[in-house]
Design a protein around this ligand. Structure first.
Ligand code: DAH
Length: 339
C-alpha cells in the first residue's frame, strides 16, 4: 500500500480547531486505538525493509506533530474558556449584537435642546420635589387662588408646602434667583399632575421650559424665537398665537403649529382641526421678576413651556400617550431608527 505521509502531515499542520471538542475528535482520529498512527504502524511490516527505517522516522514525526498541535491548541482554547484570561478568544461568536434604541421622548427632548442651544440657550434643571414658593407663589399663584386649580397637585407626605412639581416653570424662579440677567435657558424635565390617566393625559409627563431675560426684550422677540423653533423642528411651519392666561405671564398666549389634516393618521391629535397646540408662552409678569430678585424697571423677558409627549405623539403619529410609558418593546422597536 502506498502511503502518502507528506499529505497526512500537511493535513495535520493545516488543522485549526475552534473548540476543545473539535480538538478531541482530532486526537481520536490520529492517536486513538483505531487511529491513523496505529493503522500506519501496523503497515510497517509490509514495507520494503530498506525503507522501513525512513518510514518509521516519518511516522514518529507525524505523531509528534499531532501531539504538538494538541498541546498548543489545548492551552489556547482553555484560556478562551476562562473569562479571567483576556486576549484572543477564538471561541467567541461574531456578528452584530441586538442594539437598543432611544425612547421617543428622549429623541424629541434632545432635538428641542439642540435647536435652542444653537441660538445661545443653555440647559438648566431644578428639583422634581418642589416647594410651594417655586412651584406656585413666586409665579404669581396667590394662596387659595382658583388659578391653582389649573394644576392638580401631588403633595408629599401631607405637607402642603412640598409637592411634586406640576410644571417646569419652577425652574424659571430658581434660575432667576441665582443668576443675573442676561438669562437665556431652557429647562427640560419631568412633571406630575394628579390626573386620571387616559389616551390624552398622564399623571407624569415631560416639559421643556424656556426663559429669556435681558434689557429691552419684547413680545416680538418671543414670536421670532418660537417661529425659529417651529421651523427648525417641524420644517416649513405656519404658527399662530391665541390669547391665553397664565398667572406668571402678561400678556400670555398659546401657540399652535399647522400640521394639516392630510399629515395626520389619528385625528384626535389636532382634534380634527389640523392645528396642533405646542406651547404656552408670554412676557414674564413684572411681579414674577420682582419675586425672584430682578428689577422689572431694568429688565424684561419672555417665557414658554411645552409638553414633550404631545410633540412626540405628533412626530411619531401616536394616538395614545400611554404607549410612551408602557415601554412595550414591540412598540419601541417600531420607532427604532424612525428619525
Ligand atoms: N407652565 C405652564 C403649564 O404647565 C406652561 C407655560 C405657559 C409655561 C406659559 C410658560 C409660559 O413658561 O410662559 O401649563
Amino acid at each position: 500500500m502506498a502511503v502518502d505521509l507528506e499529505k497526512i502531515l500537511f493535513e495535520i499542520s493545516a488543522f485549526t480547531p475552534s473548540s476543545l471538542s473539535e480538538l478531541e475528535s482530532f486526537r481520536i482520529k490520529y492517536l486513538g486505538k483505531k487511529g491513523v498512527v496505529k493503522e500506519l504502524s501496523s503497515h510497517i511490516r509490509n514495507i520494503d525493509p530498506a525503507q522501513r527505517k525512513a518510514f518509521g522516522q516519518s511516522l514518529n514525526e507525524l505523531k509528534r506533530a499531532v501531539e504538538q498541535k494538541i498541546e498548543d491548541y489545548k492551552a489556547l482554547l482553555d484560556s478562551a474558556r476562562d473569562p479571567s484570561i483576556l486576549g484572543f478568544d477564538p471561541s467567541r461568536k461574531t456578528g452584530v449584537e441586538e442594539m437598543g434604541a432611544r425612547h421617543p421622548v428622549s429623541l424629541v427632548r434632545r432635538e428641542i435642546e439642540e435647536i435652542f442651544q444653537h441660538i445661545g440657550f443653555t440647559v438648566a434643571s431644578g428639583p422634581e420635589i418642589e416647594d410651594d414658593w417655586h412651584n406656585f407663589s413666586a409665579l404669581n399663584f396667590p394662596e387659595n387662588h382658583p388659578a391653582r386649580d389649573m394644576q392638580d397637585t401631588f403633595f408629599v407626605e401631607k405637607d402642603p408646602d412640598i409637592a411634586l412639581r406640576t410644571h417646569t416653570s419652577s425652574v424659571q424662579v430658581r434660575v432667576m434667583e441665582s443668576n443675573e440677567p442676561p438669562i437665556r435657558i431652557i429647562a427640560p424635565g419631568r412633571v406630575y399632575r394628579n390626573e386620571a390617566i387616559s389616551a390624552r393625559s398622564h399623571c407624569v409627563f415631560h416639559q421643556v421650559e424656556g426663559l429669556y431675560i435681558d434689557k429691552g426684550v419684547t413680545f416680538a422677540d418671543m414670536v421670532q424665537t418660537i417661529q425659529y423653533f417651529a421651523e427648525a423642528f417641524f420644517g416649513k411651519a405656519k404658527i399662530r398665537l391665541r390669547p391665553s392666561y397664565f398667572p406668571f405671564t402678561e400678556p400670555s398666549a398659546e401657540v399652535d403649529v399647522y400640521w394639516g389634516l392630510e399629515n395626520e393618521v389619528d385625528h384626535r391629535i389636532t382634534k380634527g382641526t389640523g392645528w396642533l397646540e405646542i406651547m404656552g408662552c408670554g412676557m414674564v409678569d413684572p411681579d414674577v421678576l420682582k419675586s425672584s430678585g430682578i428689577d422689572p424697571n431694568e429688565y424684561s423677558g419672555y417665557a414658554f413651556g411645552m409638553g414633550i409627549e404631545r410633540i412626540a405623539m405628533n412626530r411619531f403619529q401616536i394616538g395614545d400617550i400611554r404607549m410612551l410609558f408602557e415601554n412595550d418593546i414591540r412598540f419601541l422597536s417600531q420607532l427604532k431608527g424612525a428619525w
